[in-house]
Design a protein. Structure first.
Ligand code: SAH
Ligand code: SF4
Length: 378
């Protein structure tokens, strides 16, 4: 292309191109001021990328030709590479994105009447090793970059049809895919910044939820930096059981986690914390557990979201019976604790909570298998 004609190989190899997809407004303002440009260029470029779906700088017609040439030389807009897209019978869509080294992360879109929720990943694998989680079983590989986190939203937004009212399909974003978002704090914070920006996705804080297994100091930091909705993966009403199910509890026990949660809620009036509770048969689903849980959450700004356990290969836990889940929920209600049961969506394409690593592990296993075979036959 003529714009790129002046680019020399040495220019290309000296400086890696900067991916504008993962830059916040402030990052872009700094970038443009370094080029002697006005700060408002940041907003223009964000709108082109996130709202007007530009794929090339040449489409950004309100930038001067010379600035576009400069952008070609220095920058790129690179979305994560899609490995596959699957659509479930219930309308759920799951994408698998390449994340290098034979690994992949997953993103799931869940359409519901009145809203469309995108569930995104923040890490490749997870180090926290919760006993019932496929991502945990996979182990930790690496943190996703800002562009890889935001890119899941950008890709989905570009590939989902508008809602009947003409608005974008994605009304809510939840960090409930693979990884522990608060263990990738800096990148998640920048990604949140872009999701909330009026020049990108313009989502309200209420409609963006970070789910954490309970990294207490980071909960405090998130509350100060960006008070989005918070979901806490509690899963057990006492430390003895939680130590086993969610090992980070040994470092940050329930009392500390709840203190941090109430402080987080207090930073905004009328803000509830959602407590996720995976229903594991005969493990955490008795009436006594419901009573203990209610004891922790009663008269607090708390809602409980019961998640029927989603089984996966190599894990021995079982899902609680539906009567047990109903009884548990009624008991919480009896104590005045608001609770809902999450409907399992997309399980025919392994897109339900905690199933997200299945395909990845299989892929990795296949590759390792190939390698072993090659070594064996070499
Ligand atoms: N790491 C974060 C967010 C990702 S997990 C966290 O733990 O909160 C999103 C939710 O799915 C968490 O509540 C997690 O505990 C739950 N989950 C994990 N494995 C599951 C499984 N097999 N069945 C049902 N829910 C599961
Ligand atoms: Fe990590 Fe969350 Fe899975 Fe625990 S439940 S291993 S924190 S992804």
């Amino acid at each position: 292309m003529s714009d790129q004609a002046g680019k020399t190989i040495s220019e290309n190899s000296a400086e890696p191109l900067i991916n504008l997809l993962g830059q916040t407004e402030e990052d872009l303002q700094n970038f443009f001021s370094g080029l002697g440009e006005k700060p408002f260029r940041a907003r223009q470029v964000m709108q082109w990328i996130h709202q007007r779906n530009a794929r090339q700088f040449d489409e950004m017609t309100d930038l001067s030709k010379s600035l576009r040439t400069e952008l070609h030389r220095l920058a790129t807009v690179e979305l994560p590479e899609v490995i596959s897209e699957q659509r479930s019978a219930d309308g759920t869509v799951k994408w698998l994105f390449e994340s290098g080294g034979g690994q992949a992360v997953e993103t799931v879109f869940i359409p519901e009447p009145g809203r469309g929720t995108l569930c995104i990943s923040s890490q490749v694998g997870c180090a926290l090793d919760c006993a019932f989680c496929a991502t945990g079983a996979q182990g930790f590989n690496r943190n996703l970059k800002v562009a890889e986190i935001v890119g899941q939203v950008t890709h989905a937004n570009r590939h989902l049809p508008l809602r009947p009212n003409g608005e974008p399909a994605i009304t809510n974003v939840v960090f409930m895919g693979m990884g522990e978002p608060l263990a990738n704090f800096r990148n998640v914070l920048s990604a949140l910044n872009i999701l909330l920006s009026d020049y990108a996705y313009g989502l309200s804080r209420r409609r963006v939820t970070v789910s954490t297994s309970g990294i207490v100091p980071q909960i405090e930091k998130l509350g100060d930096a960006c008070n989005v909705s918070l979901a806490v993966s509690l899963h057990a009403p006492n430390d003895e059981l939680r130590d086993r199910l969610v090992p980070i509890n040994r470092l940050h026990p329930i009392a500390d986690l709840l203190d941090a949660s109430w402080r987080y809620a207090a930073k905004r009036a009328n803000r509830f914390i959602t407590f996720e509770y995976v229903m594991l048969r005969d493990v955490n689903d008795t009436i006594e557990h419901a009573d203990q849980l209610a004891g922790l959450l009663r008269n607090r700004p708390a809602k409980v979201n019961l998640i029927p356990f989603n089984p996966f290969a190599g894990n021995d836990y079982e899902r609680s019976r539906s009567e047990t889940i109903e009884r548990f929920q009624n008991r919480l209600r009896h104590h005045g604790v608001v609770s809902t049961t999450r409907r399992t969506r997309g399980d025919d394409i392994d897109a339900a909570c905690g199933q997200l690593a299945g395909k990845v592990r299989d892929r990795v296993r296949v590759r390792l298998g190939d390698k072993r075979q090659r070594i064996a036959t070499a």
